[in-house]
Design a protein around this ligand. Structure first.
Ligand code: SF4
Ligand code: SF4
Length: 541
């Protein structure tokens, strides 16, 4: 029996999962158009690899970004690319973004697959995950290949498989565990093949007895070594990586560190199934299990859906809206989800649930809240041990530095604080807005820093070139001068002057002296006269 621990705060929430798990999951039909956002993950935007008019096949790579951290994008059925343009995408801001739009031909033709090979090396398995375009299905949509690669490089001792689906209404992971446990266990086996952990813990909450049973059976049949199924109490948000680690081990991840830094890797059950699909069936990540739930949809249910399917198509498949004039669709759960701006918003890699509600039954309305009464309840329930009230004040005052001081980025946006706030303050919305502002400001600063660095480098390069040019010109001038001197036969002026004096002296010595033609008596007289003059000069007389 695995020893369990608790984490600070959290909530016991009323469940609404029974309606969508009443029946087995179904295969959703193909829509007329698939809308595939070029960015569905945490990381850089993909570049389109197709253009309007191109015919594409299911599983064909249609978007990628080989230079930065990103997740490959594949066509989720066959058809013709009709546009690459901005369309509404699932985002808290309700923004639009570039999407590849495919007019579906209904043939659902797949790209040809190579022979399936066994016994891949860890590096090859990571590459298969990368090429399959898998992003973490637990909600963060971090590129899975990058996450595994970091764990592979650093080495881990414990693999945690997250089957904890703690939001009310969401049941896609529960459904996956009930109906496809072998795929999940096969994915776990592949993770073990890559990372060779000493221990694997598969965590499932105790409110999912059917899933626990199915997983235990699959584990037994597949005989995975050093792997334990751990049933944990149902407390929201125990599905958060850091909270789950705390429940399973009692450990808290140090500030500014990740699980992998202390030897753990956490992966969602859906990600495991997607990896099994990629490795064993060579199927890129083009469909996923999605829950349609809420009080305004006729038949809450779970669907295996092709990515890019508009949410209104899925709602129609689920029997349609009960109250058409008063509908609100939220992607995710009531705690962490956000409202969608249009029924045309597509299913993306992160879409676990569409909560279809009557507008009046949604508890929090931005702008319509009372003032903070400083009751402190938000701090009591915060699983990240933050001070939500202070974060709220500073977010509201746009004092961004203060929000960072109060560890805004440790907030997992679980919504516990908003749920207990007696003033109905939509705290998480304030935090999300603050995070977006800070991230945008940091990006702008990084951009201007890069521009300044580029400018300074260019100025330095130009100055260096100027100096080199000047030196080159000086050497050229000197060489030219030397050449001209050599051409003229010119010599050193000092040497030349000395040579001239020498030549004059020699010429003078060669001339006959004035006294050579005189008689010896005359020469004697002259010599005596010279001696006298010399003596007079010397004596001064
Ligand atoms: S729960 Fe709401 S009212 Fe109470 S301290 Fe927190 S923000 Fe203020
Ligand atoms: S949303 Fe953030 S601040 Fe609020 S309880 Fe959750 S972690 Fe704490």
């Amino acid at each position: 029996m695995h020893k369990l621990h608790t984490f600070h705060g959290g909530l016991k929430l009323v469940e609404h999962k029974a309606a969508s798990t009443r029946n087995p999951p179904q295969q959703a039909s193909l829509p007329k158009q698939l809308i595939l956002p070029l960015k569905q993950h945490m990381g850089a935007h993909n570049q389109p690899l197709v253009k309007p008019g191109d015919r594409v096949l299911a599983g064909q790579l249609i978007g990628n970004n080989p230079h930065e951290r990103s997740v490959a994008l594949h066509a989720s059925s066959s058809g013709t690319v009709s546009a690459i343009e901005k369309r509404p995408v699932p985002h808290p801001s309700g923004q639009s973004d570039f999407c590849i739009v495919i007019d579906v031909d209904g043939l659902d033709e797949f790209v040809e697959q190579d022979e399936v090979a066994n016994n891949h090396s860890p590096e090859k398995l990571i590459e298969i995950v990368r090429q399959a375009g898998i992003a973490g299905l637990g909600g963060a949509v971090f590129p899975t290949a990058d996450k595994i690669n970091t764990a592979y490089q650093k080495g881990i001792h414990t693999l945690i498989i997250n089957g904890v689906e703690c939001e009310p209404y969401i049941s896609c992971d529960d459904t996956l565990m009930r109906y496809h446990p072998d795929d999940i266990i096969r994915g776990v086996e592949l993770f073990q093949q890559i990372l060779n952990p000493e221990l694997t813990l598969i965590a499932v909450e105790d409110n999912k007895p059917e899933a626990c049973e199915a997983m235990a059976e699959a584990l037994e049949q597949n005989k995975l070594q050093k792997t334990e199924l751990v049933v944990i109490p149902t407390i929201y948000p125990s599905g958060g990586e850091k909270q789950l680690l705390q429940v399973l081990t009692g450990l808290e991840v140090p500030e500014n560190e990740y699980l992998v830094d202390i030897g753990y890797l956490c992966q969602n059950v859906g990600t495991c199934a997607a990896i099994a699909d990629a490795v064993d069936r060579q199927r890129p990540f083009i469909s996923r299990m999605v829950t349609i739930s809420g009080d305004n949809v006729t038949s809450p249910s779970n669907w295996q859906v092709r990515l890019g399917t508009p949410v209104e198509h899925l709602i129609e498949q689920s029997g349609g809206l009960i109250e058409k004039s008063d509908a609100k669709v939220i992607m995710g759960g009531p705690m962490m989800g956000f409202a969608l701006s249009s029924g045309q918003v597509p299913v993306v890699k992160a879409s676990n649930n569409f909560l279809v509600m009557r507008d009046q039954s949604i508890p929090h309305h931005p702008g319509a809240h009372d003032e903070c009464v400083r009751c402190g309840q938000c701090a009591e329930v915060c699983p990240a041990k933050l001070l939500p009230q202070q974060l709220y004040w500073h977010s509201r005052a746009q004092a961004w530095e203060k929000t960072v001081d109060y560890k805004l980025f440790d907030c997992i946006e679980c919504g516990c604080c908003s749920a207990v706030c007696p003033s109905n303050i939509p705290l998480v919305q304030y935090y999300r807005a603050a995070k977006s502002e800070i991230v945008a400001a940091r990006k702008a600063t990084a951009k201007s820093d890069r521009a300044r660095a580029r400018f300074e480098f260019r100025a330095h390069r130009l100055e260096l070139k100027k100096q080199q040019d000047e030196e080159r010109r000086r050497k050229k001038r000197e060489a030219l001068r030397n050449k001209q001197n050599a051409d003229k036969g010119a010599e050193d002026p000092v040497k030349a002057a000395l040579a001239r004096v020498q030549a004059k002296k020699q010429a003078k010595e060669g001339q006959p002296k004035n006294t050579d033609n005189l008689t010896p008596a005359q020469q004697k007289q002259i010599a005596e006269a010279r001696a006298r003059r010399k003596q007079q000069r010397e004596t001064g007389q």
